[in-house]
Design a binder for this molecule. Structure first.
Ligand SMILES: *[C@@H]1O[C@H](CO)[C@@H](O)[C@H](O)[C@H]1NC(C)=O
Ligand SMILES: *[C@@H]1O[C@H](CO)[C@@H](O)[C@H](O)[C@H]1NC(C)=O
Ligand SMILES: *[C@@H]1O[C@H](CO)[C@@H](O)[C@H](O)[C@H]1NC(C)=O
Ligand SMILES: *[C@@H]1O[C@H](CO)[C@@H](O)[C@H](O)[C@H]1NC(C)=O
Length: 426
């Protein structure tokens, strides 16, 4: 057949070919629409069923992805004079992040330095008097007795200081106890910056190891344990704490909720949790938050993984004279205050906070049974008592429903997929 013959044949066939393509496209679009619609109405049905029991499903728009705790520049001027800290310079990367989060600057007012000093004093007083009441550590009174009620019996109570947890800088008379999921990697980056082995830009890039691991190497132990009491007596000793339930929620969202994003944690813990605590078969790989809470309830928190170890166990706050008690909730201000106290003139950059908002708390804690939450509170009781946290808000979201009612709906309700800041910041 000649070339022109082929061309003629093709041009004859062309209209019918186009028709076939057109029909295929139309069929595809229609079926896709139908599937989406069906999926949506199924989800709505599940949601309304669920709402009937627990008033909890939060619309997607309330999930704020990233909240930037940005120092208010007007206040910065005042701080500058008081703290002698140069104006912050942000790198390109930082600037872009600022632009993206326009309009979500900090809601919390910054306080004057004197006020902040007062806040620190108050936190220290609270901690030390709680230790005295409990008859623990450095502030134990002769008259105080160790808690003897049954619920305390099963809780690990440290009897000696855990010096091995501390990062120590002899040059700067500074120590830091890192608590996981409470800003320890962010503070570690600040410490790495002080060593001048890393520039700020390098710290914002991917590091060879997590910042807290690097800081552990660069802020080693003192040559002997006997040297610690005297050293700690004249150094700035920093601990950053966080609401215990927000800590575990943070861990869950970062490490267990999405097995694809964190396959190693899934293999290490997620799979086991599902095998042990899943009551009804659900086509879903990852543990639910409720299952994770049950898993924690069965653990001995005295001797367990770093990620959910209690602050009491990790940093022994009754046995080490911390004089900067930072809260994750006010991390930037606390870090500025700590640097001032330690006479460090390196400026503290903005802190990108992954805030657990009331909406997020509500979404997750409404999937936990009230009595489970009360038991978990008992397990972390010292972390609550020593740092002035309470469970009112979290408990108000928890439910009282029977397992059978709740699990089937909860387990099949999709959670919105949102991003979290990189692990490195927490
Ligand atoms: C650390 O504290 C000791 C004892 O008070 C003091 O001699 C030393 O100068 C301090 N070092 C710095 C860098 O402040
Ligand atoms: C800590 O310092 C105070 C004075 O500032 C001193 O009286 C006390 O004995 C010191 N304690 C230790 C353990 O060095
Ligand atoms: C703080 O550091 C400056 C130098 O950076 C030094 O002159 C000053 O004496 C230090 N103050 C204290 C209380 O260590
Ligand atoms: C619990 O903590 C919140 C937030 O810190 C506080 O507003 C509230 O008054 C506290 N409730 C109790 C009963 O202490």
């Amino acid at each position: 057949m000649s070339v022109s013959g082929v061309l003629r044949k093709v041009s004859k066939l062309l209209p019918s070919l186009l028709q076939v393509v057109f029909i295929i496209v139309v069929l595809h679009l229609v079926s896709k629409g139908l599937i989406t619609k069906a999926r949506r109405s199924l989800r709505q049905a599940l949601a309304s069923h669920y709402d009937a029991h627990v008033d909890s499903l939060v619309p997607h728009h309330v999930f704020r992805r990233r909240q930037l705790m940005r120092p208010n520049l007007a206040n910065y001027q005042k701080w500058n004079q008081k703290l002698k800290i140069p104006k912050p310079r942000f790198t390109q990367g930082k600037k872009r992040r600022h632009e993206r989060t326009q309009g979500t600057s900090t809601k919390r007012p910054l306080l004057e330095f004197q006020d902040w000093h007062g806040i620190m004093e108050k936190r220290m007083l609270e901690l030390r008097s709680a230790c005295a009441r409990l008859g623990l550590g450095l502030w134990k009174l002769d008259s105080s007795t160790r808690p003897s009620s049954p619920e305390y019996q099963s809780i690990y109570v440290p009897t000696s200081p855990s010096y091995q947890s501390l990062f120590v800088s002899r040059d700067r008379n500074l120590t830091f106890c890192p608590v996981s999921n409470s800003g320890s990697n962010w503070i570690s980056k600040r410490l790495l910056e002080l060593t001048e082995e890393f520039t700020r830009d390098e710290l914002e890039e991917r590091l060879p190891s997590p910042p807290s691991v690097l800081a552990r190497h660069l802020y080693p132990f003192l040559p002997s344990w006997e040297l610690y009491p005297k050293f700690l007596n004249q150094s700035t000793n920093i601990i950053i704490v966080r609401h215990p339930f927000d800590r575990i929620l943070h861990y869950y969202r970062r490490s267990l909720e999405n097995p694809k994003k964190n396959p190693s944690e899934y293999l290490k813990f997620g799979r086991k949790i599902v095998n042990k605590y899943r009551k009804i078969p659900v086509h879903k790989k990852q543990p639910t938050f409720g299952e994770f809470v049950q898993f924690l309830l069965d653990l001995n928190l005295g001797n367990t993984e770093e990620q959910w170890r209690s602050i009491m166990r990790k940093c022994t706050p009754c046995h080490i004279p911390y004089n900067i008690i930072g809260h994750y909730e006010t991390l930037w201000q606390d870090a500025v205050h700590a640097w001032k106290t330690a006479n460090i003139s390196v400026e503290v950059p903005a802190f990108t906070e992954t805030e657990v908002t009331p909406e997020i708390r509500k979404l997750y804690f409404s999937r936990v049974k009230k009595d489970h939450l009360l038991k978990l509170h008992e397990k972390y009781i010292f972390d609550f008592q020593l740092f002035g946290y309470n469970i009112s808000e979290h408990l108000s979201y928890a439910h009282n429903l029977e397992e059978s009612v709740i699990t089937s709906t909860i387990a099949t309700t999709e959670l919105p997929n949102y991003e979290m800041t990189s692990d490195d910041n927490i």
